[in-house]
Ligand binder design. Structure first.
Ligand code: ZN
Length: 147
């Protein structure tokens, strides 16, 4: 099942909207669908607008075992490294395309978890890149547009 919204669909360029808390049943179903779509398509991150929702939510799983899905609701980057690194990125919405994107090597992220608690963490390496890629999605931006 491939229900991923693909480039050049304009929906991907529309910024998402903050989620009103507490989460309702629709949000819970959406989060379940997002995690399933991420795993089905062998992705390590997925933003809600990639499956047609305008909620400001993304999911990520960078574990080797693919058993540690993390849910980020209303995420905000609060801090970023001055030092940047360029690396290749792929995107489930842009199949067959790779983009070289220069990004800060770490970011401090604030978000609400699926249990409704405020979280803060600094992400480094691959998770830092995934977080920034998914934040771009939520802001209506695609990695291929950096080229
Ligand atoms: Zn993407």
């Amino acid at each position: 099942m491939d229900n991923i919204v693909k480039y050049p669909d304009k929906f991907l360029y529309k910024p998402t909207e903050e989620v009103w808390l507490p989460l309702n049943e629709d949000h819970k179903t959406l989060i379940k669908d997002m995690i399933e779509a991420m795993y089905t398509n062998n992705g390590i991150g997925l933003a809600a607008n990639q499956i047609g929702s305008s909620s400001k939510i993304f999911v990520m799983d960078v574990s080797n075992e693919k058993n540690n899905p993390q849910v980020f609701i209303n995420p905000k980057i609060k801090k970023e490294a001055k030092e940047k690194l360029t690396d290749e990125e792929g995107c489930l919405s842009c199949p067959g395309k790779l983009a070289n994107v220069r990004r800060p090597i770490y970011v401090g992220l604030e978000w609400i978890c699926q249990h409704g608690k405020l979280q803060y963490k600094t992400f480094y390496h691959l998770p830092a890149r995934v977080v920034q890629h998914e934040m771009d999605h939520l802001n209506g931006k695609l990695c291929i547009d950096y080229a």
